[in-house]
Design a protein around this ligand. Sequence first.
Ligand SMILES: NC(=O)c1ccc[n+]([C@@H]2O[C@H](COP(=O)([O-])OP(=O)(O)OC[C@H]3O[C@@H](n4cnc5c(N)ncnc54)[C@H](O)[C@@H]3O)[C@@H](O)[C@H]2O)c1
Ligand SMILES: [Mg+2]
Ligand SMILES: [Zn+2]
Length: 276
Amino acid sequence: MSARWTTAVLDPQITGGLAVARSPEGFLVDDNGALFPRHWLKRQDLDVLCEHGIGHFDGQPVFLLELRSATDVPGCNWRGLRAFMLEGDFDTYKVLGYAAQIGTWAREHRFCGSCGQAMTQIRWERAMYCQPCDLRSYPRISPSMIVLVTRGDEILLARSPRFVTGVYSTLAGFAEPGESAEDCLVREVREEVAVEVQNIQYVGSQCWPFPHSMMLGFHAEFAGGEIVMQPDEIEDAKWFSVHDLPPLPAGRSIARYLIDLYVARRLGLAEPVLPR
Ligand SMILES: NC(=O)c1ccc[n+]([C@@H]2O[C@H](COP(=O)([O-])OP(=O)(O)OC[C@H]3O[C@@H](n4cnc5c(N)ncnc54)[C@H](O)[C@@H]3O)[C@@H](O)[C@H]2O)c1
Ligand SMILES: [Mg+2]
Ligand SMILES: [Zn+2]
């Protein structure tokens, strides 16, 4: 959420407002961006799976049209969420990041996980409902730990085979049932690089809608061990001096923030602000 954007559960029965359309190819965009007058969007030949009222942008109600497939709309293209994260205004990215999470959830929770029957959309809260089971399914959020491990002027960064060539980042991983955030952090660091950590400090959090992570960011100090890389997950991992860093993750990521914050503190520079 931001000064311009607040989430809300809005009844799709009401008319007017703005709307975004999302397909497996991304969001529909024209020269004005991804937010369209809703009445115009609903007149297009779109393959609509469902509609959700998702919040207010600059005071106007916003709706999501979740589509089964992408169709041709004259003068428009499809653009993935990652492109909005990397460039363009942050408020629009926040709207689309939320829309993407609601769309993913709506698409994946059409049927009851317990009895298999079709679920119905509840109007007053963000939930799908199975009446025979009296079961509600809410949007899924997956807690993930992300940690910058440091040793004085050195920071431990790694790269996964999925990263852009040359980029190194902080270690991260999903929480498993039964774990505290700290347990997860210690396990992930052990699994990925076989290093032990101490003095774990919570730094801040960030919603990461790819597809539904909640990043909990930490700083930890090196406590011992030699780097042993986890096969398949980690392609390379090493200690970098804060004076000589490799290409780093995107400016809006919490990974980048954790690195920039430590470097700023170490070098006595102005501290960055976490985009969230
Ligand atoms: N915002 C950022 O700065 C930033 C930086 C790094 C990673 N991330 C995100 O953090 C998350 C975790 O990072 P990672 O790739 O190192 O994870 P990871 O080390 O846990 O490895 C990913 C593996 O976890 C499993 N998995 C996938 N989804 C899961 C889920 N919902 N719950 C439990 N296990 C799951 C799969 O086996 C997958 O291969 C990802 O969503 C990633 O995009 C965000
Ligand atoms: Mg990982
Ligand atoms: Zn059911």
